[in-house]
Design a protein around this ligand. Structure first.
Ligand SMILES: Cc1ncc(COP(=O)(O)O)c(C=O)c1O
Length: 305
């Protein structure tokens, strides 16, 4: 789906016209994949557009940078304000937000320490990442032949641009094979996550999610969904999952900022009841929470002013 243009992109402290937000072909990160980024959503609420868990996303961006030994030249507060400003500038009530910090033009070679760090923030309208039917009909999953990074190969806890080469290989393989999305196993053979989502698998009435040690990104949606599920009275447990656990799941869903809560209808052609009752309950509550409709979760929505 082509990106829908908005007016301005924030680049190193200035709002520049969308078509002028360009970088040089010798930009360091383009060559070596050492950038950090976030995927965030703003939703329409009764009090105007609000960004879901903005501070948590900015904190994760800065933590990703710390892992990569990258010095972002803005504080968390400055990043939060810059993102709010960029959203306001679009005039959109809801949008996807992509902040990225990257090594810019000027140095080449693998020593990143002398490189300058550039920061950009773009916003645009983006619908349901896994399709409009992803909750009602579910998505089909393929266990990828590509293995998730070993934590000593690439840091799964960092949302680093280079990590997504692995995700893209798995995504394209799944699509070419006729599935909607891929599930990644870690080098030990346990389920870690999907190419851009965390996974919940219901077994014996418990919503099981792979622990961080399985090599997943610490999803902000995963945290929100787990909180909502517990508040709804469901048992949630982090635990290792094998591919067989997935095949015989009572229900399953994946979640992430882009995909929100999407039901899973099959894994490697084994049908899964879909959408399951827990999936629907959690998805409904999540949809209200992000729009600021639930008092209990009102701290999660940060108005752009
Ligand atoms: C690999 C991966 N796992 C999980 C997630 C879900 O994270 P979040 O809910 O914070 O968007 C994402 C999306 O950012 C992702 O790219």
């Amino acid at each position: 789906m082509p990106i829908e243009k908005t007016e301005k992109i924030w680049m190193n402290g200035e709002l520049v016209p969308w078509d002028e937000a360009r970088i040089h072909v010798l930009t360091h990160t383009l060559h070596y994949g050492m950038g950090v980024f976030e995927g965030i959503r703003a939703y329409e609420t009764a009090a105007g557009p609000a960004v879901f868990r903005l501070t948590d996303h900015v904190d994760r961006l800065l933590e990703s940078a710390k892992i990569m030994m990258m010095e972002i030249p803005y504080t968390a507060e400055e990043m939060v304000e810059a993102i709010k400003l960029t959203v306001r500038e679009t005039g959109l009530q809801s949008c996807y937000i992509r902040p990225i910090a990257y090594y810019g033009y000027g140095e080449m070679g693998l020593n990143t320490l002398p490189c300058t760090v550039d920061v950009a923030i773009a916003c645009w309208p983006w619908g349901a990442y896994l399709g409009d039917d992803a909750l009602s009909k579910g998505v089909s999953m393929k266990i990828s032949s590509w293995v998730r990074h070993d934590p000593n190969t690439m840091p799964p806890a960092a949302k680093t641009t280079g990590n997504y080469v692995n995700s893209s290989l798995a995504k394209v393989e799944a699509l070419k094979s006729g599935y909607d999305e891929a599930i990644m196993l870690n080098p030990q053979g346990f389920v870690s996550e999907c190419t851009g989502e965390n996974i919940f698998c219901c077994r014996d009435d418990v919503l099981v999610m792979p622990p961080l040690a399985a090599g997943a990104l610490e999803g902000i949606t995963q945290h929100a969904v787990a909180t909502i599920a517990v508040d709804l009275g469901f048992e949630v447990r982090p635990d290792m999952l094998t591919r067989s656990d997935l095949y015989i799941a009572e229900e399953m869903f994946v979640c992430g900022t882009a995909a929100e809560v999407s039901a899973v209808n099959s894994v490697d052609d084994r049908q899964i009841p879909c959408p399951g009752p827990k999936t629907v309950a959690v998805a409904d509550e999540f949809a209200k929470a992000v729009r600021g409709q639930t008092d209990r979760y009102k701290d999660w929505v940060e108005h752009v002013g």
